[in-house]
Design a protein around this ligand. Structure first.
Ligand code: AHR
Length: 386
C-alpha cells in the first residue's frame, strides 16, 4: 500500500463512529490487495472483495444463519452483543418465522434492486419465509408497509429506512409487539438493542472524503463545484455532504462550492437540478453527486449544455453502479465510490446471532470499493459491479 493510499485509508477510517461492537482504528484490510477505500490502485479490492459485503472493522462474528450463512464478519470482539433477551423479544427459530423486508426506494435504482435481490436470495437459500414491500421513497408509506407486514405475520423485520427520523410510528408498533427490527443501509433515530437491533451499512463520511480527494485531484485544486445532495432527512445524505464539504475546506482552498442542492437520490431530479445550476454557473468545473443515479442525471444535463463530462466538467459519484463504472472506464466520470448493497448474508447472520447467547453487533460498517480509471475496466468484468 502506498503512502497516499495508506493515508486515504486512515482518512476513511477516521470517519467511523465507534459504537456497539465496532472498533474504530486503522485496521489492515483482511482481504488481499488494497482496499478501494484506501485509494486508487490497480489491485483494489474491486477485485479482491468480489461481490460479497465485507466488514470494515473488527466486530463480533455473527454465527452462520441456519448453519450456512456466508457471513463475512471480522474477528470476534470481546464485548457482548444484542440478544433477544436484552431486547425483550421472544426466542424464535428463523427457519419457522416470517421475516418482513421493507425496501425504501424504487428498484429502478440498481442499488435498491441489488439490495432486495440479495435479501430475497439469502432468505431463499436459508429456507426462511420472507415477505417484502417497497415504499417508493414515501416515509408514510414505509410506516404503513411495516405495520402491514406485522399484520401479515412478520415476527422479525429488516428495514432499509427512507428517512432517519420518520419511522417512529412503525418502530413503536413493532416494539409494542416485541418484534425486533434490523436496519440496513441507513440509520434510524432511537436506541440500539431497544428500538432496533442495530445497523449494517457503509462508512458514509469516509466515502465523502474520498470523493472530495478525487474531485480535488481531478481539478488540480481549483474551480467551482456543485453538490447534488441525497434525499434530506437521512444520515447518508447528511454524512456525504458534511464529509465532502469539510474535506474540500480543509485541503482544497482553491475550490469553491457554488451550489449544494438536493437531487433526492434520483436521476431525473439530478438532471433537472444540474441544468439549473449550469445556467447560473456556466464556468462550473465539477459536480459531486451523492449517488450514481444523480451523477448520470448530471451528465445528461452537462451534455445538453454542450459540455463534456470528464473534459469540461469533472463528475464524481457514489455507489458503483455498472453504468457509472462504465463512465469511469470511458473517462466521462472521474470516479465512483462503492456502496455495496448485497446485505442478505450479513443481515441474516446478524439476525441469527441475535437469537444466540453471544448476541448480534449493534453496528456493522462494511468495506466498500473505489472505482477509478485505474481499475474500472477490470471491475466491470470481475463481478464487483452491480
Ligand atoms: O442509503 C444508500 C443510498 O440510498 C444509496 O447510495 C443510494 O443509491 C440510495 O438511494
Amino acid at each position: 500500500m502506498s503512502a497516499v493510499s495508506s493515508r486515504r485509508r486512515h482518512i476513511a477510517l477516521a470517519g467511523l463512529v465507534s459504537g456497539g461492537l465496532v472498533l474504530a482504528g486503522c485496521a489492515k484490510s483482511a482481504s488481499t490487495g488494497a482496499s478501494p477505500t484506501s485509494g486508487s490502485t490497480a489491485t483494489s479490492s474491486a477485485s479482491s472483495t468480489g461481490a460479497a459485503q465485507q466488514v470494515e472493522t473488527p466486530t463480533a462474528t455473527p454465527p452462520a444463519a441456519g448453519g450456512g450463512a456466508s457471513a463475512t464478519a471480522g474477528p470476534a470482539a470481546a464485548a457482548a452483543g444484542c440478544t433477544n433477551t436484552t431486547y425483550g423479544a421472544p426466542k424464535l427459530d428463523l427457519k419457522t418465522t416470517t421475516v418482513g423486508f421493507s425496501q425504501s426506494e424504487a428498484e429502478s435504482n440498481p442499488f435498491r434492486a441489488t439490495e432486495t435481490a440479495s435479501i430475497t436470495a439469502e432468505a431463499k437459500r436459508l429456507g426462511i419465509k420472507l415477505i417484502t414491500r417497497n415504499a417508493n421513497a414515501d416515509v408514510s408509506r414505509q410506516n404503513s408497509d411495516i405495520q402491514a407486514m406485522i399484520a401479515q405475520g412478520a415476527k422479525v423485520l429488516i428495514v432499509a429506512p427512507e428517512n432517519s427520523d420518520g419511522l417512529a410510528p412503525s418502530l413503536a408498533a413493532a416494539k409494542a409487539q416485541k418484534i425486533p427490527v434490523l436496519t440496513i443501509d441507513r440509520t434510524v433515530q432511537g436506541k440500539a438493542c431497544s428500538d432496533f437491533i442495530g445497523f449494517i451499512g457503509s462508512n458514509f463520511l469516509g466515502q465523502a472524503v474520498i470523493a472530495a480527494d478525487d474531485m480535488g485531484t481531478a481539478l488540480g485544486g481549483k474551480g467551482k463545484v456543485a453538490i447534488l445532495q441525497g434525499t434530506p432527512g437521512n444520515n447518508v445524505a447528511a454524512d456525504r455532504t458534511s464529509g465532502f464539504v469539510n474535506q474540500i475546506k480543509a485541503k482544497y482552498p482553491g475550490i469553491s462550492i457554488v451550489a449544494s442542492q438536493t437531487g433526492n437520490f434520483d436521476q431525473a431530479t439530478g438532471q433537472k437540478v444540474t441544468a439549473q445550476i449550469l445556467q447560473s454557473n456556466p464556468d462550473l468545473a465539477g459536480v459531486y453527486a451523492e449517488n450514481d443515479g444523480m451523477a448520470l442525471g448530471a451528465l445528461q444535463a452537462i451534455r445538453a449544455a454542450g459540455k463534456r463530462g470528464g473534459k469540461d466538467i469533472k463528475v464524481v459519484g457514489i455507489d458503483g453502479i455498472r453504468q457509472a463504472v462504465q463512465n469511469v472506464a470511458d473517462g466521462t466520470m472521474v470516479s465512483t465510490i462503492e456502496t455495496n448493497p448485497r446485505f442478505g448474508p450479513l443481515a441474516f447472520s446478524t439476525l441469527a446471532a441475535f437469537y444466540t447467547p453471544a448476541g448480534a453487533p449493534t453496528k456493522v460498517i462494511i468495506k466498500d470499493g473505489h472505482f477509478t480509471a485505474a481499475n474500472a475496466k477490470q471491475a466491470l468484468t470481475n463481478g464487483s459491479v452491480y
